[in-house]
Design a protein around this ligand. Structure first.
Ligand code: ADP
Ligand code: MG
Length: 238
């Protein structure tokens, strides 16, 4: 189980309030997409869920348990970044297996897990390469592999496809949806791309200036936007 609840969550950078009392609930196994213009607070919200940023007000609950003060590595939450953030001096296999290596899992076990994940992500032939010798799509697959190897209950994606060209982006969307079905994890996926949100989400949360403008299923949002901002952003018919 992995139900995410944000309750009246706030974040300040100095005097600037960037998250202004956000309430969001993501159901177990749901693929939720946070969408909104640049600077609206998408990354900040994800980083708070991951524990990479403190929560200045309100609560983050995971399955009803308050997580505000739980260390990032104790949350059972993995995060995939736009920039991949791979270790350049390590092979693909070492990158994917790194978190298990830290936990002193036996090498042979790590190798087996890494090979299973490489199979899913079509990286089997690239395990001995360094990240520099991979394409953008392959690097992003490695970043995903590294995130899922510990079988997290929650996976957070922060604009994972925005560095890829258009055709690869479309292909990777389908791959990520398949992965979500297979892993049965709860996913929060951040993008500024409306099309990506509409095609991938079970539910879309539209953010505007650190607040939720509307949260609904893609079709409902498209046909029944609550306000002009959502209508314009999603591109609803008039
Ligand atoms: P998004 O991911 O939706 O583009 P962010 O969550 O990155 O937006 O940023 C939300 C707001 O917080 C923006 O106004 C941004 O400038 C500000 N912000 C983000 N990180 C910091 C930081 N470390 N220090 C100060 N302001 C920040
Ligand atoms: Mg961002």
């Amino acid at each position: 189980m992995a139900v995410i609840e944000l309750k009246n969550v706030r974040k300040y950078y100095g005097a600037l309030e960037v998250i202004k009392g956000v309430d969001i609930r993501v159901e177990d196994g749901e693929f939720a997409v946070f969408v909104g213009p640049s600077g609206c607070g998408k990354s900040t919200l994800l980083r708070m869920i991951a524990g990479l940023e403190g929560i200045d007000g309100g609560d983050f609950l995971l399955d009803g348990r308050r997580m505000n003060d739980i260390a990032p590595d104790k949350r059972g939450i993995a995060m995939v970044f736009q920039s991949y953030a791979l270790y350049p001096h390590m092979s693909v296999a070492e990158n994917i297996g790194f978190s298990l290596d830290l936990k002193k899992v036996p090498k042979a076990t790590i190798r087996k897990e890494v090979e299973a994940i490489a199979e899913i992500l079509q990286l089997t032939d690239y395990l001995d390469r360094r990240p520099a010798a991979l394409s953008g799509g392959q690097r992003q697959r490695v970043a995903i592999g590294r995130a899922i190897i510990k079988k997290p209950a929650v996976i957070l994606f922060d604009e994972p496809l925005s560095n890829l060209d258009a055709s690869l982006r479309v292909q990777m969307r389908a791959e990520l949806q398949r992965l979500h079905r297979d892993l049965k994890a709860t996913v929060v996926y951040v993008t500024h791309d409306q099309v990506e949100a509409m095609t991938m989400a079970d539910r879309i949360v539209v953010l505007k200036g650190g607040e939720v403008a509307q949260a609904d299923a893609p079709i409902a949002l498209y046909h029944r936007p609550d306000n002009a901002f959502v209508a314009t952003f999603i591109g609803s018919p008039r």
